[in-house]
Ligand binder design. Sequence first.
Ligand SMILES: Cc1cc2nc3c(=O)[nH]c(=O)nc-3n(C[C@H](O)[C@H](O)[C@H](O)COP(=O)(O)OP(=O)(O)OC[C@H]3O[C@@H](n4cnc5c(N)ncnc54)[C@H](O)[C@@H]3O)c2cc1C
Length: 271
Amino acid sequence: MIPAAFDYTVAESAEHAVQLLGEYGDEAKLLAGGHSLIPMMKYRLATPTQLVDVGRLSDLSYINQENGHVAIGAMTRHRDLETSAVLAEACPMLAHVASLVGGPAVRHRGTLGGTMAHADSASDLPAAVLALGGTIVAQGPNGRREIAATDFFTSYFESALAADEMIVEIKVPANTGGWNYQKFNRRAQDWAIVGVAVADGGNGVALVNMGSTPLRASETEAALASGASAADAAAMAANGTTPPEDLNADGAYRTHLAQVLTRRALEAAAG
Ligand SMILES: Cc1cc2nc3c(=O)[nH]c(=O)nc-3n(C[C@H](O)[C@H](O)[C@H](O)COP(=O)(O)OP(=O)(O)OC[C@H]3O[C@@H](n4cnc5c(N)ncnc54)[C@H](O)[C@@H]3O)c2cc1C
């Protein structure tokens, strides 16, 4: 449970962090809340030799409503999402989903940028951002670029971020239609065995823990767009997915959960 040896540098700005990533290359990892990276280092599933601490970049902690969307700084903690008056008004789904992440200690340290970059298909907030049709703003040596959430998650714990880029902001559309989030776990504060996020009255449906990445339930979305009932559309929720098998659930059980939870979420989102 003791990580391999590493050096540690505090980044003074996003530009400084990107510069350090460029200098250290594959050996470096950004440290934000540390609630995914440090456990992985303790299990030696990650062995970076250089940590670049971005957790003190308070100018990247904000939630602002701007021209039809909400802009959220990458260092914004889950607890800040949960309690944000801006999100309560403009994007209550994100605040609600943040309130379901782990326990209070996790929510006070974990950051939105960290959970997006970690790209764990079992995480709650990435699926919510995916359902909402959000955008990830990455900063690299040549400036900023925007990546649609639909293009961001590429494989197990892999994203479209380059090794010398950091997430600086996440944008989600403001004031979209009906929403709901269903998280199925056996004990409060556990990770989702399966989760379903419905946004914009069913235009966005995303699945947690149903494959190697957070996924859009595209057949369900297409069926709803063609006028299918919630029940008929939900029956397609797991089509095209490869649900993981573990001690909590096998693939058939996760498939069943995805269908049931999607129906519940669609019906609740419709009010
Ligand atoms: C006990 C426990 C329970 C948890 N339960 C849940 C749960 O129920 N649901 C859930 O969704 N999550 C859960 N989590 C995970 C938690 O939400 C993490 O905080 C989150 O996944 C990672 O955010 P972080 O800021 O801690 O990132 P870190 O651990 O600091 O970093 C994670 C990864 O992202 C990279 N990174 C961090 N910030 C950036 C950035 N701005 N740009 C680019 N790369 C970056 C790091 O280099 C690292 O590879 C749990 C964690 C713990 C320890």
